[in-house]
Design a protein around this ligand. Structure first.
Ligand code: ATP
Length: 231
């Protein structure tokens, strides 16, 4: 079964049609890159997937559930990381995670699992105010993984990270997929930042998908390479 399916999705904001008939699907355990320049429609698409706005027409299914008809249930399968995750800087990383777990009624054992997955064990007792941007992003990822979601959504997660932060983030996302068998939808405007992470990459511009490429991984250690164009 596909974890995410968009069928002929359209969306107008004001008078302009921002999203113009998007079709895509993501299978179990697949890492799907959503690439496009600024203003292409990536965030608008993500907002529709997570239910912040509704499509004007077309259909979005998450793990077989329609986001319009079964909104809350469909969205319960999603873990999402926004560009700058909101955390309490004066609390430790662990206290932030425990608070979120308590509010969302998630077992505490999940907290310890996700801390290991995002490689924050040594610093999880430190106040979040002392974290680097990369560590904050990893803590955001830990929050998103707490509920062991079927679909992880990452909106431009590498923005502002230095090259080593980007490499660390890629490794951690791969680890999360391996440990939790989650599928990932990751947006970016820089192909080279996500190419080595993804199984498939879709290119969006002016609200339309212009191409979808499968990425052939020749060597996991060298994190290489592409390419076969399907559309
Ligand atoms: P970025 O990488 O800059 O975030 P994006 O690909 O995520 O870009 P969107 O934020 O989805 O793009 O925006 C797509 C288009 O929709 C842009 O031209 C933007 O100006 C326009 N847009 C976004 N929100 C609104 C709104 N509320 N009303 C009208 N137009 C909007």
């Amino acid at each position: 079964m596909n974890i995410l399916e968009l069928t002929n999705v359209h969306k107008k904001l004001g008078k302009i049609e921002i999203i113009r008939g998007i079709n895509l699907s993501i299978g179990e355990g697949e890492i799907f890159g959503f690439l496009g320049p600024n203003g292409a429609g990536k965030t608008t698409t993500i907002k529709m997937i997570v239910g912040l706005i509704q499509p004007d027409s077309g259909c979005i299914n998450i793990a077989g559930k329609n986001t319009v008809k079964e909104g809350n249930e469909a969205r319960s399968e999603i873990g999402a990381v926004v560009e700058n995750p909101e955390m309490y800087n004066y609390l430790s990383g662990m206290a932030n995670l425990k608070l979120i777990a308590e509010i969302r009624k998630i077992p505490m054992k999940n907290v310890h699992e996700v801390v290991e997955i995002v490689n924050l064990t040594e610093r999880i007792g430190d106040k979040v105010g002392k974290y680097s941007l990369g560590m904050k992003q990893r803590l955001g990822l830990a929050c998103a993984l707490l509920s062991k979601p079927k679909l992880l959504i990452l909106d431009e997660p590498t923005n502002g990270l230095d090259p080593s932060g980007i490499i660390d983030f890629r490794k951690i996302v791969k680890n999360a997929v391996k440990e939790m068998n989650t599928s990932v939808f990751i947006s970016s405007h820089i192909l080279s930042e996500v190419q080595q992470l993804c199984d498939t990459v879709a290119f969006i511009n002016y609200g339309e998908i212009k191409a979808i490429e499968s990425i052939t991984k020749q060597s996991i250690n060298n994190e290489t390479e592409t390419v076969s164009i399907n559309i």
